[in-house]
Design a binder for this molecule. Structure first.
Ligand code: SAH
Length: 349
């Protein structure tokens, strides 16, 4: 059964007309759903309409099953989907408000060697409504609604590869930016990809000017090939060309994510090679120390290694930030909490 949250405002309006209802019902339903309500919690809809919709649609595609609080204020959410699958999200508090990291798939088929999300492969794509509902749920959890949004920024950086679920992710962006709902600005939405080159071009041409983050994690094809199987499909230089096109088309600076892994990609020579590859690209490099996961042997770097790497990049006039390591004590890395939960509770699906 489809979830009602996946319907765009226009689709909901057409549905109302098809059902012989007044057009304004679409506005009432859309705003109720985006305020975190279920159909039978609304006061302004006729019971007959609610019942008819409930026969054909799910109106609560996800629910929060667990919230874990970190000592640094980060919160990790575990959600259950209507079919019993489990996904996760991380809420980070900054000076300007809350940023919610949302998942786009159950599992992932990209197989990055350092990541816990892809260990079991892809289970299934999330619908646009399931992606949207993560934000709706957390917003309500924080006491917000469509007039007083609590989650101010969204990052598609949770489990899954968003560009591997392209249509639903685009549908989600349309829902999130709809003026009848939570009405996010494209400027407050970021998408992180491991580099599906053709989809990067599609996204650039989609008309949405969201921020793009590229999980690059290596200075060359050789090293990237060891840790990210996707690099066998698209070469390093094609990937840099694609994000250059994205940046030029959307006028957005690209965020290059670079996980620092001991003895793999973190020497000064690696930094030098990276600096040369990024020359002329409108970008900023975000160095992230590896979040160690027990499922593999990769180790994180010392602070000195991080500083030396950053210095080399800066000497080539590349902007660098080092990501605060948030939520280390709550299995903050991608896919870790879901995995732990599944191991404890057995197979939930
Ligand atoms: N598939 C997308 C988004 C999901 S992963 C992508 O690859 O960008 C979100 C980010 O977390 C990516 O940059 C990913 O490389 C990073 N990540 C995954 N496992 C990690 C780990 N163990 N430590 C630090 N970062 C990790």
């Amino acid at each position: 059964m489809t979830d009602l949250q996946s319907l765009t405002f226009d689709k909901l309006q057409s549905l109302m007309i098809d059902m012989g209802e007044k057009k304004y019902r679409a506005e009432q339903i859309f705003s109720a759903l985006h305020n975190g309500k279920r159909l039978n919690e609304t006061s302004n809809l006729p019971m007959a309409l609610v019942e008819k919709l409930q026969e054909n649609y799910i109106d609560n595609p996800i629910s929060i099953v667990k919230v874990q609080n970190s000592s640094d204020g980060t919160q990790k959410f575990l959600y259950r989907l209507a079919d019993g699958n489990v996904i996760e999200g991380v809420l980070m508090q900054y000076k300007f408000g809350y940023t919610l990291c949302v998942s786009s798939q159950v599992g992932c088929r990209m197989g990055c060697k350092f990541c816990a999300s892809g260990l079991d492969g892809l289970v299934r794509n999330l619908t646009s409504g399931e992606i949207m509902s993560q934000i709706i749920c957390v917003n309500s959890y924080l006491g917000g609604d469509i007039k007083d949004r609590k989650v101010s920024n969204i990052v598609l950086m949770g489990s899954g590869e968003p560009l591997d679920n392209y249509d639903n992710v685009l549908g989600f962006i349309s829902l999130a930016t709809d003026k009848h709902g939570l009405y996010y600005s494209e400027r407050n939405i970021s998408l992180s990809t491991c580099g599906l080159v053709p989809r990067i071009y599609d996204l650039a041409d989609s008309g949405y000017h969201i921020h793009l983050c590229l999980s690059l994690h290596a200075p060359s094809d050789n090293i990237r090939g060891e840790i990210m199987p996707i690099s066998r499909a698209y070469h390093y230089d094609e990937l840099i060309d694609a994000v250059r096109y994205y940046s030029e088309k959307t006028n957005r600076r690209i965020l290059i994510e670079y996980i620092m892994i001991k003895d793999v990609n973190s020497s000064k020579e690696h930094a030098l090679t990276l600096a040369k590859k990024l020359k002329g690209l409108n970008c900023m490099v975000n160095l992230i120390n590896l979040n160690e996961v027990k499922e593999n042997d990769f180790k994180k770097c010392s602070n000195d290694t991080l500083s030396s790497f950053a210095e080399v990049l800066m000497s080539y006039h590349i902007s660098v930030t080092t990501r605060r390591s948030l939520g280390d004590d709550i299995d903050g890395a991608c896919g870790q909490l879901r995995r732990k939960y599944m191991n404890e509770e057995g197979d939930l699906c």
